[in-house]
Design a protein around this ligand. Structure first.
Ligand SMILES: *Cc1c(COP(=O)(O)O)cnc(C)c1O
Length: 424
């Protein structure tokens, strides 16, 4: 028995079989558990408002232009080999040009590193800065993959708050309060997941000024770049690259709705060359050398995908997202136990606050989501997973008719579990 435990320990399992090196709570893990807890006798379809992958819905199908680019790239038989670990030049060049459209200086292909989706870009970013004693600042609520990658690499992370009553802006005071001389960077997700926020130019400038004051860089997760549908336009953090060095992370997953294609980027938006000078760029290349690459034929299709996709495709997607965000926001107003502090303006999500004191028999967000999955075959992500207990993250990026259905189920559920005397 003792021997067995010893072996478990050596392999990374504790006596109770927990895997110690891998964080327990992840979006995927919880969503799988929620899916499994639905009632198999419920004949209604599952309504997935938990994750941000609308690719399965016909109205969100990607553009034919992108599909053709992939087919031709594959058929050419020129891209069956390995790519350089930083990615092939034509793809890097077209991403540099694409991102240069919205910033006041020109990026070069040398600033661009291709990754297997934005997820991989996050992994590389966490790997590059992981060193004993260093820490990184992450938003709360946030995207738990950052916490997972940082802790896996033994990079300490500290949370700063986003302010729901101020459109989920960064609480800059909390940033200054948690940073110290070992802080290397701050992560900003804009447009926001899980909050659906879109930051103004002025706010991003303040973030840049704070980072400069603290002597840290900004890691800007812009995987939802351009997916905005209210008054604030998308402003890339790279606009402030001459104030503070920026690592821009992105991918085609969300804007082109092809998360399965696994093509992303990590870009040094740094006109002063600070990241080159401080050897961060060398470190990025070394990390990429010991890591996987996006498929070569997908890389090769990138110039055509980026250059030829029409505004018609983008605006169609935006129109659907705007409409479904509207449906979600309006319908949620009628539900007593859920409050939405800020109407979503971008990305595919909204964060809402759950008031358990109005409920008869539901104590927190986890119980809410598990009972909801079981009784209504409706999947919503508990806020606990993204760092905020008793909040819920709901995606509205699904077919609008299905969303309507989902909202009705949500209303019926909340009504059924409400304390009788507060009903009206
Ligand atoms: C979806 C998402 C990613 C991952 O993007 P992929 O390109 O699919 O790997 C990264 N960051 C945030 C905030 C996301 O929502």
């Amino acid at each position: 028995m003792e021997n067995g435990n010893g072996v478990h320990k050596k392999w990374g399992f504790s006596a109770n079989n927990e895997i110690e090196s891998v964080p327990g709570i992840t979006i995927r893990g919880i969503l799988n558990n929620l899916m499994n807890s639905r009632n198999p006798e419920d004949e209604r379809p599952i309504i997935p408002l938990g994750h941000g992958d609308p690719s399965a819905f016909p109205c969100f199908r990607t553009t034919r232009i992108a599909e053709d680019a992939i087919v031709d790239s594959l058929r050419s038989a020129k891209f069956n080999g390995y790519s350089p670990s930083i990615g092939i030049l034509p793809a890097r060049r077209s991403i540099a040009d694409y991102l240069s459209r919205d910033i006041p200086y020109k990026l070069s292909p040398e600033d661009v590193f291709l990754t297997a989706g934005c997820t991989h870009a996050i992994e590389i970013a966490m790997m590059v800065f992981a060193r004993p004693g260093a820490n990184i600042l992450l938003p709360r609520p946030g995207f738990p993959y950052y916490e997972a990658c940082a802790s896996f690499r033994k990079l300490e992370y500290r949370h700063f708050d986003l302010l729901p009553e101020k459109g989920w802006e960064v609480d800059l005071e909390s940033v200054e309060a948690v940073a110290d001389e070992n802080t290397v960077g701050i992560v900003i997700i804009n447009p926001g997941n899980p909050c659906g926020s879109v930051y103004t130019y002025e706010h991003l400038k303040k973030v840049a000024a704070t980072a400069k004051k603290l002597g840290i860089l900004v890691i800007a997760d812009e995987v939802y770049g351009h997916l905005t549908f209210a008054s604030n336009p998308f402003v890339p953090m790279g606009v402030f690259g001459s104030i503070v060095p920026v690592l821009t992370l992105g991918s085609i997953s969300k804007r082109w709705i092809v998360p399965g294609w696994r093509l992303g980027w990590l870009v040094t938006s740094d006109p002063n060359g600070v990241l080159k000078e401080t050897k961060v760029v060398d470190s990025i290349i070394r990390c990429l050398n010991i890591s996987g690459d996006p498929a070569t034929f997908i890389q090769a299709a990138i110039p055509r995908i980026i250059e030829k996709t029409t505004d018609g495709f983008f605006s169609k997607v935006i129109t659907i997202l705007r409409k479904s965000a509207e449906i979600m926001y309006d319908q949620i107003k009628d539900i007593d136990c859920i409050i939405c502090p800020h109407k979503p303006e971008g990305s595919m999500f909204v964060m809402v606050k759950f008031n358990s004191t109005l409920m008869e028999d539901i104590d927190d967000d986890m119980e809410f989501c598990f009972k909801l999955a079981k009784e209504e075959s409706l999947i919503i992500l508990p806020g606990t997973v993204v760092g905020m207990k008793n909040w819920l993250r709901i995606t509205f990026a699904i077919e609008p008719t299905l969303l309507q259905d989902g909202v009705l189920r949500l209303k019926a559920f909340c009504h059924r579990h409400a304390k009788k005397y507060v009903r009206h």
